[in-house]
Write a protein that binds this ligand. Structure first.
Ligand SMILES: Nc1ncnc2c1ncn2[C@@H]1O[C@H](COP(=O)(O)OP(=O)(O)O)[C@@H](O)[C@H]1O
Ligand SMILES: [Mg+2]
Length: 472
């Protein structure tokens, strides 16, 4: 479960988003802290500057007007600034209560008591447990006189924290909401991705266990997954078709074998049981047995041939073959049938027929097969012709007939084993012829017009034989 993509994918998305959220929150918090601290320091500095000018002014006026001015200044200042104002150095109002909290010099950094200029620092006033952020400003009675002391304006650091703590809550809430949305999004995305992948995996399991009928749903999108799903379905369909073909083949073979066997068994049983008192009848019966045996033999031979061809375990014995001679031989072997059935059997002689390197017996087997079909389907008095020609480095052997022709929708089907229009044939002739043509490096072409006739063409590569070396 934990190892599945469905869980790992959203978990990974989520982890990335949580980490990014936390990092962004930390960075913004840090930036905000620096900003508020800078703001506070600037504010403290401004206050320290203003107050030091105010106190210098009050001190000068006290010298002229007496303590009334000091009390007035002190009360005003205290009102304005509360208990965050400190003072270090020599008293500005000797003998008077200025309202300022005077600090021992040791409680602030030395740079403050040096009175060289304005300073910012952190300190903990004596008797307090709070730490303060502070700015100091030296106090001068005249613009270029020596400073007498320094005003220190401080702000508890907890106040700073109070500024950014609410931000932490808000950032936390934002991160949580972001993570929530990211979770929903990643869950949806991972379902979208892993859904089809899971379906594919399950379908693949089905195929592995032999159920080729399984299909995966294909979305009408153009992404990789739907491409994969479509290809997967194609593959399943092909596997199913192959399995169906194999089953059909096996069933056809058994059926084809059984038919002659049943005939033979029937006749043999009859003879053995002495059912024939007429020796003529018994002879006829034996003839049938002999005929069926031959048919059986041919059938088994054909099935074996086809099986070998399909498995590419077929041996070709190349030799030099004079195509002119070969075509003449094929022509001659059907001469008798042509005469008997008054079929005009033409030989289109090619004076330039080449000699090629191929397996002559196999070529003759294909041609004989095609001629047998042509003669079977051409009515008495029709025309069959055979001829060869050299075209673009290939030898083309045409066998043309004036039979019924083959309908376009039949043209692929007749090359499937055991497809035969009449019950005399095995339906293995054309499949074997085509496989043989392939095994010889060529192919078989078909051109046909229904009602006029057909032309089968065996195409072979014209690998020329070397010119015979003259004998001395
Ligand atoms: N020359 C042809 N003219 C018309 N139909 C043909 C021709 N050759 C083959 N066919 C069709 O193709 C089918 C398959 O031929 P083939 O494989 O040789 O098997 P078979 O000859 O045993 O029937 C034939 O039954 C026939 O229907
Ligand atoms: Mg045939």
């Amino acid at each position: 479960m934990l190892g599945s993509l469905r869980v790992r994918l959203p978990a990974l998305f989520l982890l990335g988003i949580v980490l990014a959220g936390i990092l962004a929150a930390l960075i913004s918090l840090r930036l905000f802290q620096t900003y508020t601290r800078g703001q506070s320091i600037a504010e403290l500095q401004r206050e320290a500057q203003g107050l030091s000018a105010l106190y210098a002014d009050a001190a000068l006026r006290a010298a002229d007007e007496g303590s009334g001015a000091i009390d007035f200044a002190a009360s005003k200042l205290e009102l304005a600034t509360g208990d965050r104002i400190f003072y270090v150095g020599a008293s500005l109002f000797p003998g008077q209560n200025s309202g300022l909290k005077r600090l021992a010099e040791a409680s602030v950094p030395a740079k403050v008591t040096d009175l060289k200029g304005a300073e910012t620092f952190e300190f903990t006033p004596p008797g307090s447990s709070r730490s303060y952020l502070a700015a100091s400003q030296p106090v001068r009675l005249e613009p270029d006189s020596e400073p007498l002391g320094a005003i220190i304006v401080a702000k508890p650091r907890t106040e700073l924290r109070d500024q950014w703590v609410p931000l932490v809550w808000r950032l936390g809430a934002a991160v949580l909401i972001g993570v929530g949305i990211a979770f929903l999004l990643s869950w949806w995305l991972s379902r979208k991705i892993t859904g089809p992948v899971t379906a594919l995996a399950q379908a693949a399991d089905e195929i592995a266990s032999g159920n080729y009928a399984v299909r995966v749903p294909t979305a009408h999108s153009h992404d990789e997954i739907s491409h994969l799903s479509q290809r997967f379905n194609d593959m399943a369909a092909r596997l199913a078709a192959t399995e169906e073909r194999e089953r059909q083949f096996l069933m056809s073979v058994s059926h084809e074998l059984r038919t002659p066997l049943t005939a033979i068994k029937g006749h043999v049983d009859a003879i053995r049981d002495g059912l024939f008192d007429d020796p003529e009848l018994e002879r006829a019966s034996l003839d049938v047995v002999a005929g069926e045996t031959i048919r059986l033999e041919r059938l088994v031979g054909d099935v074996l041939d086809l099986a070998k061809l399909n498995a590419h375990r077929f041996t070709v014995y190349p030799q030099e073959v004079d195509m002119g001679v070969l075509v003449e031989r094929a022509h001659a072997s059907f001469g008798e049938e042509a005469r008997r059935r008054e079929i005009d059997f033409r030989l289109d002689e090619d004076p330039e027929a080449p000699t090629i390197v191929t397996d002559g017996d196999r070529v003759l087997q294909v041609i004989t097969n095609l001629l047998a079909n042509a003669f079977r389907w051409t009515p008495d008095g029709g025309t069959v012709s055979i001829g060869s020609e050299l075209v673009d480095g290939t030898v083309r052997i045409d066998i043309t007939d004036t039979g019924p022709g083959i309908k376009p929708e039949e043209r692929e089907r007749i090359f499937v084993p055991f497809i035969s229009r009449d019950n005399h044939g095995t339906g293995l002739g054309l499949p074997i012829a085509r496989e043989l043509a392939h095994a010889l490096g060529g192919g078989l072409e078909l051109d046909s017009t229904v009602g006029q006739g057909s032309r089968f063409t065996l195409v072979l590569p014209a690998a020329m034989a070397a010119a015979p070396t003259p004998v001395a």
